[in-house]
Design a protein around this ligand. Sequence first.
Ligand SMILES: Cc1cc2nc3c(=O)[nH]c(=O)nc-3n(C[C@H](O)[C@H](O)[C@H](O)COP(=O)(O)O)c2cc1C
Length: 214
Amino acid sequence: MTRGKILLLSVIMCCTIMVSAALADVNLPKPKITGGDGIFNLLQKRASGTRGEFPKGDVSIEDLSTILWAGTGLNRDGKGWTIPLAGGKPPYVKIYAVKRDGVFQYDWKAHSLIEISDKNVMGEITGDGFVKDSSCILVFVTDTADMGSMTNLNAGNSLAFTAAGAISQNIYLAADALGISTRYMVSMKADAVKKELKLKEIDVPICIMPLGKR
Ligand SMILES: Cc1cc2nc3c(=O)[nH]c(=O)nc-3n(C[C@H](O)[C@H](O)[C@H](O)COP(=O)(O)O)c2cc1C
C-alpha cells in the first residue's frame, strides 16, 4: 500500500472514531419504581429549591433515570405513562438533560438518553448562576408537530403546557424522594436553548428545571 493510501485510511479511521465518540447515547439504568417517601409526606414538603442556596451536589445517573421516568416514563407495564396525556397520545413534551458532559434528549420508549451534543452549554442557556452551577438542567420543549387530526398547533402547544405542569409536579415529588432539589423556571435564554438543543423552528421551550443533590 502506498504512503498516500495509508494516510487516507488513517484519516478515515480517525473520523469514524470521532463520529462514533460524538454520538454516544446512554442506556439509563432501571428507574426506582417502588419505595421512597409516601405521597402525602412528599406533598406536605413539596417546595422549590431556594435560589440563593440551591444545592450543587451531583445527581447520579440512577437518580436521573428515576426523575426522567417520573416525568414521561412508561408505566402500567408499558400501557401508559406517568402523566395523563390528551387522547392517550404519546408524550408531546420532549425532555432534554443539559449536563456538563453534553446535551441529551430523553427517549421514553427506550428509556435512554440520545446525545444531541457533547458541549457543556449550561452557561449558555441560563443567566442564573445557581442554575449554571447545578448538576443538571432539565429543559421541556413542545413536540406538537405531529398531533394529527387531534388539534392545530396553537391548541397542541396549550396541551403541551398543560402536560408540562403534570411532568414538573411528578419531577418535584420524585426528586424530593431522592433528596434532590429542583425549581420550575420560565426564565432561560430561549434563543440559546433553541440553538444548543438543535430544536426545530416550531419547537417551543417551555421551562427549565435545575437539579441538585442536597
Ligand atoms: C409558571 C411558573 C414559572 C416560574 N418561573 C420561575 C422563574 O423564571 N424563576 C424562578 O426563580 N422561579 C420560577 N418559578 C418558581 C416560583 O417562583 C415558585 O414556585 C414560587 O416562588 C413558590 O415557591 P414554592 O414552589 O417553593 O412553593 C416559577 C413557577 C411557576 C409555576
